[in-house]
Design a protein around this ligand. Structure first.
Ligand SMILES: Nc1ncnc2c1ncn2[C@@H]1O[C@H](COP(=O)(O)OP(=O)(O)OP(=O)(O)O)[C@@H](O)[C@H]1O
Ligand SMILES: [Mg+2]
Length: 198
């Protein structure tokens, strides 16, 4: 099915990468994931919070859980999660659902030129959500407004997850994801539902 013509969002170049350490501000959230299921639950909350057009920049070493998180995000969007895997050789996978999701993996790219050759820029259009593993390899090409998510190993199953919103769109996403995640962890504890922040 052909997608209706959508207005291309202006491409904005970002400033060079800064370390995560310097980005801990009010737009940040840090939590511990004690196992893959908790990472999945976080992903689902992010997926459900997405409104369309957001960029998710994923950082973390091999096996940190970036793809595991994207699987949760795809689930939250309502995509067919059996198709979600690291697009290491094809660079970009596209999934459907409530919103189009482009899943990018820049692991094998060795220069900014190669990153551009993946066609990543073509996905910053309309309401497509773009989730990028190894985003550090293409940071200069990413929109200024993005949700940066870093996963770090603590042990075999434990990860520290740091989320940082660098713009208004991402900050709104982070607020909603936090609230949905809080609700999903409080289910069964008899807590009352509250209206989501807009
Ligand atoms: N808390 C956790 N969060 C996420 N994954 C976890 C966790 N604990 C264990 N795991 C396991 O770690 C592995 C993470 O693999 P995944 O493919 O998601 O990593 P990745 O960051 O995408 O790696 P790559 O850079 O190779 O693509 C999975 O096998 C998952 O089951
Ligand atoms: Mg991966």
């Amino acid at each position: 099915m052909r997608r209706p013509a959508l207005r291309r969002r202006p491409r904005r170049r970002s400033r060079p990468a800064r370390s995560f350490r310097s980005l801990l501000t009010a737009s940040s959230w840090e939590l511990e994931s004690r196992n893959a299921r908790e990472t999945d639950r976080l992903g689902v909350a992010i997926g459900r919070a997405l409104k369309g057009g957001e960029t998710l920049a994923l950082f973390g070493q091999l096996g940190a859980g970036k793809t595991a998180l994207v699987k949760g995000i795809a689930k939250g969007i309502g995509s067919d999660t059996s198709r979600v895997s690291s697009p290491t050789f094809v660079f970009i996978n596209e999934y459907g659902g409530r919103l189009p999701l482009a899943h990018v993996d820049l692991y094998r790219t060795e220069s900014l030129h190669q990153v551009e050759s993946t066609g990543i820029q073509d996905h910053w259009i309309g309401n497509t959500v773009v989730a990028i593993e190894w985003a550090d390899k293409g940071l200069q090409l990413l929109p200024d407004d993005r949700l940066e998510i870093e996963l770090r190993h603590n042990s075999i199953r434990s990860r520290t997850v740091r989320l940082h919103a660098t713009g208004r769109l991402a900050a709104r996403l982070l607020r909603r994801a936090k609230e949905l995640h809080r609700r999903s962890t409080s289910v069964g504890r008899g807590q009352r539902k509250k209206t989501l922040p807009s």
